[in-house]
Ligand binder design. Structure first.
Ligand SMILES: Cc1cc2nc3c(=O)[nH]c(=O)nc-3n(C[C@H](O)[C@H](O)[C@H](O)COP(=O)(O)OP(=O)(O)OC[C@H]3O[C@@H](n4cnc5c(N)ncnc54)[C@H](O)[C@@H]3O)c2cc1C
Length: 382
């Protein structure tokens, strides 16, 4: 029986489904993708776009074209509420979209409410398009005056942003003081060895790393820390961790502690079997998964299989978290100075070969899913 599959968000976990939409359409199913933007930017290369290593076209997927070329419908909008009993999605524009099967890949946002006061001049590091806006603003302002740039958050994203914003300044012959405010300590979830190397690498390039204080408030032109220090700040990047949107909780769906859609090993909502999800927006029963794209990418084939199976009354497959500890997967950070910091299990390596490996892996990933002529497009487009 022909059914209606709705994909909410064109994120990293939906890429395989989007690539193979013809299979769904050829079986008579209707498919709709709802996303606020026609483009999806790949976060792994986002800091590199900020510094200018990559052009925007090199790091994004034209999801609207990708789905329309494969016979599906694209709606540029956002889902604001789900009525799981009636199987209806409510959109920001006021429209309603009914579904038979729905899959959420809506990612996560940087929660800004922990910072008091002004939100102007703050660039949350998600969505990644913000990094492009920040790049344009910094280049333009540096022509007029030296800048104070403050990056909030000492995790991988904050570190990559700080390193790459320093490169942006240098490559454009600008003058800027770049400060990374890390809270208790830099890379606090990681072992001491990597913390030391990351700190060294950043300070060598001129980034000032401030440990032992959190940002308390952001005012027009400054950031106040919990130890009372006031930092001048013309540009602020907010990278203090991410969490799923309140969409699921507000819709009365089962959620994990962070508000992510609670799913079983089939990536299926624990209460409503016709609801699925992947990537940062889910909370997997029995696991506390890091908010990293690695998981979203690994969930691709399972989501593709299970959504098709749900439409066709087939057998579902399970997503298995490989390895007992989260640090068994490969991570390579772009430090902005042409080097990478690689960590896999107990292996730690930094230098140019590590960045070249990251660049190779990221470009290969892009080649797989950039099937809509992205590289030949002009730079604009949100
Ligand atoms: C600067 C930075 C660098 C990073 N580097 C790495 C890295 O190198 N390796 C790594 O593994 N991880 C990295 N991460 C983490 C990674 O970004 C996330 O884990 C990854 O983006 C999760 O993918 P996703 O598909 O779940 O969400 P997203 O990539 O955020 O995609 C979600 C999509 O859903 C859409 N959407 C949101 N809300 C709605 C709604 N209500 N209705 C409809 N659509 C909606 C959004 O517009 C977006 O298109 C990085 C993060 C940052 C911030």
């Amino acid at each position: 029986m022909a059914r209606h599959l709705v994909l909410v968000g064109g994120g990293h976990a939906h890429l395989t489904v989007m690539l193979n939409l013809r299979e769904y359409v050829d079986r008579g199913h209707r498919v709709t993708l709802i996303s606020p933007s026609s483009y999806q930017y790949y976060s792994g290369m986002g800091p590199g776009m900020l510094s200018g290593i990559y052009r925007p076209q090199e790091i994004r997927f034209h999801v609207k074209k990708m789905v329309e070329d494969r016979g599906a419908k694209f709606i540029q909008d956002a889902v604001v509420r789900v009525d799981a009993n009636q199987r209806v999605l409510f959109l920001r524009s006021g429209s309603e979209v009914p579904y038979d099967v729905v899959s959420f890949n809506t990612g996560s946002d940087v929660p800004l409410e922990s910072l008091e006061a002004a939100k102007n001049g703050i660039y949350p590091v998600k969505p990644i398009i913000n990094l492009l806006h920040a790049r344009t603003y910094i280049i333009q302002e540096m022509r007029r005056r030296p800048l104070n740039i403050v990056v909030l958050g000492g995790g991988p994203a904050g570190v990559e942003i700080a390193g790459n914003v320093m490169r942006l300044v240098r490559d454009n012959n600008g003058q800027a003081r770049v400060t990374l405010v890390v809270g208790s300590r830099i890379f606090h979830r990681f072992a001491g060895r990597i913390r030391e190397r990351v700190r060294c690498c950043l300070t060598r390039t001129g980034v000032e790393v401030r440990e032992g204080a959190y940002a308390r408030s952001v005012e027009e032109g400054s950031v106040t820390l919990t130890d009372g220090t006031k930092l001048n700040a013309d540009v602020v990047f907010a990278s203090m961790g991410t969490r799923p949107s309140p969409l699921f909780r507000e819709s009365g769906l089962p959620t994990g502690d962070d508000g992510g859609l609670l799913v079983n090993a089939h990536l299926q909502c624990t209460k409503h079997p016709e609801i699925f999800g992947g990537g940062d927006c889910i909370s997997l029963v029995g696991h506390d998964l890091e908010k990293v794209g690695v998981y979203a990418v690994r969930q691709n084939p399972i989501l593709h299989h299970n959504l098709f199976a749900a439409l066709e009354d087939g057998v579902l497959r399970s997503f298995r978290v490989r390895g007992r500890y989260h640090y068994t997967y490969l991570l390579i950070f772009n430090m902005g100075d042409g080097t990478g910091m690689l960590r896999k299990g107990f292996l730690l390596m930094n230098g140019k070969p590590a960045f070249r490996l990251k660049d190779f892996i990221d470009r290969r990933f892009m080649r797989t899913f950039q099937v809509s002529g992205e590289l030949d497009e002009p730079e604009g487009g949100l």
